[in-house]
Design a protein around this ligand. Structure first.
Ligand code: GCB
Length: 611
């Protein structure tokens, strides 16, 4: 190969989107639960394959013959050598992370092959899609021995069309899921959460008409409490249709003609009961084309940042929040179900929250829908966390893709008010360029919501007083500033907060997106002793007193609702691979600090509204 040719191949590789091969994922179908579906959840056959022998030969070349596991090949005679067998290799439950299903997989990072069979009788007029809620981190998908395609990114949904490939009987679906961490991935190798691998969210067959309503956006126009502005997107051969948008309860209906690309835009003047945490009103919205119709439950509210304030439905709101990981409330492992969402968000409600920060990656759709119903405002985030390969165009493309997939899934949820594009990322020109691109992407995919990032303000000492100055250049590009600080845990003592001054030159609202400290539930002592509940409670007392004094602070989401698994937390007894900054233990027991924050939030809630 000439040097030039090699160079050309390298450039071509850079231009290719990450993790995509011949077959592409299909455009995401919105609101699959409102469609005709069949679940593929349950026990799947699983082969643990740490050396990827199911994908690569001993020269590390892709296997194309019957040795490739996706063929699910069986020996044809007693003498034929076949070195894998799904039927005798054990099972894993889907949805679910593999780490907490088998003790030997707790720390496992690598490939696991999943297989299940299914029969499906599809109406001959219709189309069929396979929908995956999420697979962490990389998924290669095969149906009946043929590759459908690949997906990269562990927390967002993706679809494949299988209309022409599905049979009435005896289909077999195989996935290779790989959760190996990589320096160029999003997130990268270094995080503070468990790298749960597997098909972590539901798998669903979705049957739709030839031309169907693929997606829609029905939201109040930015800054308005009475003007709905939206669009519909059809998919299929008959793209030009009349589509009717109807909100019967509000006496609203509008028809729109979709164009040759299947898109139609509309606006509607409406007198609506606005959605708020106090009254999370959802309307039934019908979107009916000539060939398909979908029903969703949508709330209408406006959200804006003005000066240093956040305005919800035109009125200042203070975000009484809590950060949380997507870990199941009462069993080990990833959360994914409606019940999990209800328990986690009920704890937030009990704490007195009107806001949750779903850290550090997109949580499952049930969380967003439950937040809509329960009246909790949401900060949603992509895993652009700590160090990322800022200079790598594939890494940027991957982050953009994850952001767009998250927005595509959730852009009709009233609860969702903030997209966060990063957490604690070190300032550099390359990082600023990377984040600016994500901020621009979020604004153009969804112009109505606010964009933020969890930054780290500078901590300076001046004549024995600590001054914390928000001076990250990316702050100019954000609508709302997020800031993480750990005074009293990683920095100084809880009492140091008593004399800290906070300064920001940006004139924007700030949310204290993290603060906190570890405590082992049931471990007691005095407030100076690390790991005791008393230390954590005292830290909260001092932090809250300080936060009250920050004039531009408009919310907080302390770290964190519940103890969560992390491979970084190796100290025996106190940590045992858990980050113990939870206000609840990993078994859901409330620590003293829970009640400190609860009291503070109740007082805020009962305080007279600002004049
Ligand atoms: C942080 C990170 C969060 C960690 C936390 C901690 O700043 O954003 O992911 O878990 O600190 O406990 O150190």
């Amino acid at each position: 190969m000439t040097k030039l040719f090699r160079c050309l191949i390298f450039v071509l590789c850079l231009l290719l989107p990450p993790g995509r091969s011949a077959a592409q994922v299909a455009p995401l179908i919105a609101n699959i639960n409102a469609r005709q579906t069949a679940s593929l959840d349950g026990q799947w056959q699983a082969i643990v394959d740490p050396y990827d022998v199911g994908a690569l030969d001993y020269r590390a070349q892709p296997l194309k013959n019957n040795h490739a596991f996706y063929k699910n090949y069986k020996p044809q005679s007693e003498s034929e050598l076949v070195e894998y067998d799904f039927d005798t290799s054990g099972q894993l439950h889907v949805p679910g992370d593999w780490n907490t299903q088998r003790e030997s997989l707790l720390f496992y990072e690598g490939s696991v092959w999943y297989k299940r069979s299914f029969d499906y009788t599809k109406s001959p007029k219709n189309r069929l899609f396979l929908h995956f809620g999420a697979c962490n981190y990389f998924a290669a998908v095969y149906l009946n021995g043929e590759e459908l395609g690949e997906h990269e990114g562990g927390f967002t949904p993706f679809d494949f069309e299988i209309t022409d490939r599905v049979k009435t009987n005896g289909n077999f679906l195989v996935l290779r899921i790989n959760n190996t961490r990589g320096i160029d991935q999003v997130p990268t190798v270094n995080t503070d959460w468990w790298n749960y691998g597997g098909i972590t969210r539901p798998v669903t067959l979705v049957e739709v008409p030839q031309t169907f309503v693929q997606d829609y956006y029905v939201q109040l126009e930015k800054g308005s409490t009475h003007q709905i502005k939206g669009w519909v997107q059809l998919n299929g051969p008959q793209l030009q249709q009349t589509v009717r948008i109807r909100i019967a309860e509000a006496g609203l209906a509008k028809t729109v003609q979709t164009d040759s690309k299947g898109r139609g835009e509309f606006s509607l003047t409406a007198d609506l009961t606005l959605w708020s945490p106090e009254n999370p009103k959802l309307y039934t919205v019908e979107i009916a084309g000539e060939t398909d119709q979908v029903i969703d439950h949508i709330g209408f509210r406006s959200i804006e940042a003005r000066g240093t304030e956040i305005l919800l439905d035109g009125k200042p709101v203070f975000l009484r929040g809590i950060s949380m990981h997507e870990e199941a409330p009462t069993r080990p492992g990833r959360a994914w179900s409606e019940d999990d969402a209800r328990t986690l968000l009920s704890w937030a409600k009990e704490l007195g929250c009107n806001f949750v920060r779903l850290a550090h990656y997109p949580h499952n759709e049930a969380m967003l829908r439950m937040a809509d119903q329960m009246g909790l405002l949401v900060w949603a985030e992509v895993p652009v966390y700590w160090t990322i390969q800022w200079e790598n165009p594939r890494t940027l493309h991957n982050a953009e893709n994850q952001l767009n997939e998250m927005i595509a899934r959730d852009h009709n949820r009233a609860a969702l008010i903030i997209y966060s594009v990063a957490n604690e990322t070190p300032i550099s020109d390359a990082r600023n360029r990377f984040l600016r691109q994500l901020i621009q992407d979020a604004h153009s995919a969804d112009p109505t919501r606010l964009v933020s990032a969890a930054l780290q303000a500078d901590q300076l000492v001046d004549r024995n007083r600590m001054i914390i100055r928000v001076n990250d250049p990316i702050a100019s590009d954000l609508d709302v500033l997020g800031n993480n600080e750990y005074v009293g845990w990683y920095v100084g003592r809880p009492e140091d907060t008593d004399s800290i001054d906070w300064v920001s030159e940006f004139g924007k609202p700030m949310i204290m997106s993290e603060f906190g400290g570890d405590a082992l539930f049931g471990y007691h002592g005095d407030a100076r002793t690390r790991w005791t509940e008393e230390y954590q409670a005292n830290l909260y007392e001092h932090q809250l007193a300080m936060l009250k004094r920050i004039s531009f602070l408009q919310g907080m989401s302390p770290w964190v609702l519940k103890d969560f698994r992390s491979p970084r937390r190796v100290l025996p007894h106190f940590q045992d691979y858990f980050n113990r900054k939870g206000l609840l233990s990993d078994h859901g027991e409330k620590k003293k600090a829970f009640f400190v924050l609860q009291k503070f939030y109740r007082e805020l809630q009962n305080a007279p509204p600002p004049k």
